[in-house]
Design a protein. Structure first.
Length: 648
């Protein structure tokens, strides 16, 4: 969060007024992280709940680390304030919180799920020691499972014919690999009841009615009065296609021919050349033949995919349960097994009772970015032993036990099951909703513009899009300068090339910077103390130019150079293009692989070692016969020898 913080009265409202609030909708810039921190401080410092008994779940490891660091600072500040005011109780609570901070349940949803499984491995059906694979390890494990499944399917006499038909339809092993990857990421959604009943063997493909119909239609070419009529050629091609289909030796060849049906043309032709039957009737019938062929292919593909999908799904479930038995879990396994642990008919109620007593407060941040399993875990733990029933939507959550912060307008992870419908359902089910609309980052004129534009663009839709919640400004307008400035709004009078557009964009940016400096636009800066700020004239260091890609960067650099405006280009990819970093990478490559003579020689020629070509030539000539370039080779008392010694 940037910009001035809310005053103490506003912070206390977040800490105490939300004691019974469970669902907080926070707009951009409204301080979601700050509200979460203030909530934790209120729970620990005012309510007297130990941080050890609080769980705070964030979306990323970075956010969890930031939350932990900011909580440490906040507790240290509260401790110092309590010591100055001789408040022994608050000082003691802050001290205990600082001791609990390193072991507190502050992290991502996956780390919290792993914590639950680690506490109850036997109840979860896991070995005592579990290991969570990272993204690379999970990918390697998936590749191994797919290679094994691939070999099994190719060697299986029952499924191999289906694979041959699939390849005839254009379904490749890479397509099946993608299907296996999708199933692996969503394996808890595979219905085991369906898997218990494998699909029937694909029915045989009967093309005889289609061949007969195509030949009858092709014979009508003789009714054409003009030999060169284009549609007559189409009918003859249909007859050739029907003959090829009749000559196909097996179903795979038949599917190959059937897939060519879309190339059969039914347009063109002269109406006068077709007295009976009329041309339009023939066109419609030819189109029906083509559609019938495509329907046969579609039905075959569906039957083929059902058999193959069953085989892949079966292997996916087996792989997931094998990982559970061995305790080598992937990220999604952690969530699914944690949910199964809490909803288990055998151990669920007992485990939930213990977790309910342990985690007296649950706080969920960035709720719009997480999948439905998160809210189910939180609701069940907050609900206690009575929350072990099948449908978590029927669980009653005690007031104050669950605190959720999210912004539905920032929901962008639907592909990871973070569906906005889940967010809205949870908001209605959990209740106690309250919106934080005060924006601490942006000034009033810009927020007025945002509210005006997005108030028209965002239209409420039940179950998919909440109504737009206008943001309230905390900061007034700057005393000088343009608040909202749109560049490049004038259309080009004639078509211009992309490079010319980028030149004009760069010129507009430079002109805006010059205007800001000349007209003394105002920015808010810190004054003598960190809590005091004042408006100052803008400086070049206060201006940032953000670009979506580096394509326009050379044009911006050229325009800034011509205008005499100093700048600094910052991007991680640009760092790796610098000479210094490339020299360091070459040196690391030479150390990693001593046999890489090219990397060694280029490293010695770099400014890191400063060897000239004459030095290298002298050194090479002095090497014993048959000795190639290599590190650590000492050549007596050469004056430059100290440059050539690279210790591994």
């Amino acid at each position: 969060m940037t910009g001035p913080l809310a005053d103490e009265q506003a912070r206390e409202a977040i800490r105490h007024d939300l004691a019974s609030t469970m669902f907080v909708e926070a707009g951009a810039g409204s301080g979601k992280t700050k509200s979460l921190i203030d909530r934790v401080l209120g729970i620990v410092m005012t309510d007297g709940v130990r941080l050890h008994d609080v769980a705070a779940v964030t979306f990323t490891e970075k956010a969890a680390s930031e939350l932990r660091d900011r909580l440490r600072v906040a507790f240290e500040e509260d401790k110092l304030a309590a010591m100055r005011s001789a408040d022994e109780q608050r000082s003691c609570r802050a001290e205990v919180a600082l001791d609990d901070l390193d072991s507190a349940a502050i992290g991502t949803l996956h780390s919290f799920a792993r914590r639950l499984l680690g506490a109850y491995p036997i109840e979860a059906g896991l070995p005592p020691l579990i290991k969570a694979l990272d993204e690379v390890g999970s990918q390697v494990a998936f590749d191994e499972r797919w290679s094994k499944l691939n070999a099994q399917m190719l060697a299986d006499a029952d499924i191999a014919p289906t694979l041959v038909l699939a390849m005839a339809c254009g379904i490749t092993l890479e397509h099946l690999r993608g299907l296996a990857k999708t199933f692996n990421a969503e394996w808890d959604r595979l219905d085991e009841a369906v898997l218990a009943a494998p699909p029937d063997v694909s029915p045989p493909i009967d093309v005889r009615p289609l061949i007969a119909r195509a030949r009858r239609l092709a014979d009508r070419a003789d009714a054409c009065l003009q030999e060169g009529d284009l549609f007559k050629g189409h009918l003859r091609n249909l007859g050739l296609w029907a003959d090829r289909l009749a000559m196909a030796g097996d179903e795979a060849e038949q599917l190959t021919v059937l897939k060519e049906a879309p190339t059969l043309k039914f347009a063109n032709g002269v109406t006068a050349n077709w007295p009976s039957p009329c041309l339009n009737d023939l066109r419609c019938e030819l189109k029906e033949v083509r559609d019938q062929a495509q329907s046969v292919v579609a039905a075959a593909i569906e039957a083929i995919l059902r058999r193959l999908a069953y085989k892949v799904a079966e292997a996916t479930i087996v792989g997931a349960r094998d990982r559970q038995a061995r305790g080598r879990l992937e990220f999604h396994d952690l969530l699914v097994l944690a949910r199964e642990l809490l909803s288990s008919p055998g151990h669920g109620a007992e485990v939930l009772g213990r977790l309910h007593d342990r985690y007296q407060r649950l706080l969920l941040d960035e709720f719009q970015d997480t999948d439905p399993i998160q809210v189910e875990l939180a609701v069940r733990i907050a609900g206690g032993a009575a929350a072990a029933e099948a449908d978590c939507r029927n669980v009653e959550v005690p007031a104050g036990r669950l605190f959720i912060v999210g912004d539905p307008k920032q929901s962008i992870y639907r592909f990871r099951r973070a569906d906005i419908g889940t967010y809205l359902t949870a908001q209605e089910t959990i209740g106690g909703a309250r919106a934080l609309t005060t924006n601490f980052r942006t000034t009033r004129p810009l927020l007025d513009w945002v509210n005006r534009v997005f108030g028209r663009l965002i239209i409420a839709s039940p179950g998919s899009q909440p109504a737009y919640q206008a943001l309230d400004p905390h900061r007034d307008a700057a005393p000088g300068g343009s608040h909202v400035l749109a560049l490049g709004v004038e259309p080009h009078r004639c078509p211009v090339k992309a490079d010319e557009v980028r030149h004009r964009e760069a010129a507009d940016v430079v002109a805006t910077i010059r205007t800001a400096m000349a007209d003394r636009w105002q920015v808010l800066k810190r004054a003598d103390s960190p809590t005091q700020k004042r408006w100052c004239d803008v400086e070049l260091g206060d201006i940032a130019i953000l670009v979506p890609a580096r394509t326009s960067l050379p044009f911006l650099e050229s325009a800034l150079d011509q205008a005499g405006i100093p700048y600094r280009a910052e991007a991680s990819s640009l760092v790796y293009r610098t000479t210094e970093v490339r020299d360091l990478l070459l040196a690391a490559q030479a150390v990693d692989d001593p046999s890489d003579a090219m990397a060694l020689v280029n490293t010695l020629r770099s400014p890191l070692f400063g060897c000239g070509d004459d030095d290298l030539w002298t050194w090479k000539r002095a090497c014993p016969p048959g000795v190639s370039w290599r590190m650590g080779l000492r050549l007596g008392s050469f004056p430059f020898a100290h440059k050539l010694i690279v210790e591994r």
